[in-house]
Design a binder for this molecule. Sequence first.
Ligand SMILES: NC(=O)c1ccc[n+]([C@@H]2O[C@H](COP(=O)([O-])OP(=O)(O)OC[C@H]3O[C@@H](n4cnc5c(N)ncnc54)[C@H](OP(=O)(O)O)[C@@H]3O)[C@@H](O)[C@H]2O)c1
Length: 291
Amino acid sequence: MTSTNDVDQITIGDSLTVGRIGYGAMKLTGDQVWGPYPDHEKAIAVLRGVVDAGITLIDTADVYGPHSNELLIREALHPYPSDLVIATKGGFVRGGYDYSTLDAVGNVNYLRQSAHLSARRLGVETIDLYYLHSGRATDAPFEDQVGALAEMQQSGLIRNIGLSNVTLDQLRIAQAIAPIAAVTALFNLTVRTGADLLAAAEQDGIAFSPWHPVTLTDGPLASRAADVVPPIAEAHGATAQQIALAWQLQVSPQSLPIPGTTSLEHLKENLLAESIVLTDGEMRELNGIAE
Ligand SMILES: NC(=O)c1ccc[n+]([C@@H]2O[C@H](COP(=O)([O-])OP(=O)(O)OC[C@H]3O[C@@H](n4cnc5c(N)ncnc54)[C@H](OP(=O)(O)O)[C@@H]3O)[C@@H](O)[C@H]2O)c1
């Protein structure tokens, strides 16, 4: 991992340049990521606040709601500012309110339909960044699923292909089929599921978008984080979430965290994390939470 925080932009694929901190819109849904966010006007205000604050990447998925999250983004922000990149995902389905009904579908016609309908809901002709939501569908070969995204890229429906929650082996298989512009995975101070993907992203110069980036309560190492993070936060006059984000930015120049918030106050705080410079010693301590 390279320790640096002097990179203030990141390029996705060969042409999309975005700021280092994006916005994850998933929390603007109902309980269990099911249905619309209960306070519609607030959700619209948060999304407009995201753009007003200068954020140039919003992460969503067709399964958030399902569908309501993409429709909300369109309602709040369409016509989109020219520098705004919207990343969405396909390949997950929900069987109802219970989150345990989340399942993966790899049928290539389903994936094609999903991308067409995401574009329609978002009100775009071309989706800037389209992720396969997971590598776990077993109803179609992984290679065919990536192949379907490659065809959609060639036809102009997708500008860049991303992979979400895949293994390193799957990333390598996919890269032999099509250019992969971004990967996204669970990665934060206490859970480093995506660490091998981050290393690969650094090696290949592709974007790595850690999800759950500010969450400090994941997994058995949460109590270690509860010891390590507060003194560092105090030393910087910062919150624990700001330290979590500053760490994400310094861990790698390829890191593109997408913190989610329903609060305009937290949104502003999160962006201020870009100005926090962690010392090498602090980085070692924070890295050590999960090493
Ligand atoms: N690819 C995938 O499979 C996948 C899976 C999960 C998520 N994601 C994406 O990743 C994005 C981020 O993940 P996430 O939203 O689950 O987790 P997260 O960004 O780590 O944490 C969001 C939570 O942290 C709180 N928070 C954010 N900023 C804060 C601050 N400055 N101070 C205090 N609390 C703060 C939010 O509460 P408040 O609303 O009160 O601020 C919210 O409850 C999602 O929105 C989604 O776009 C992708």
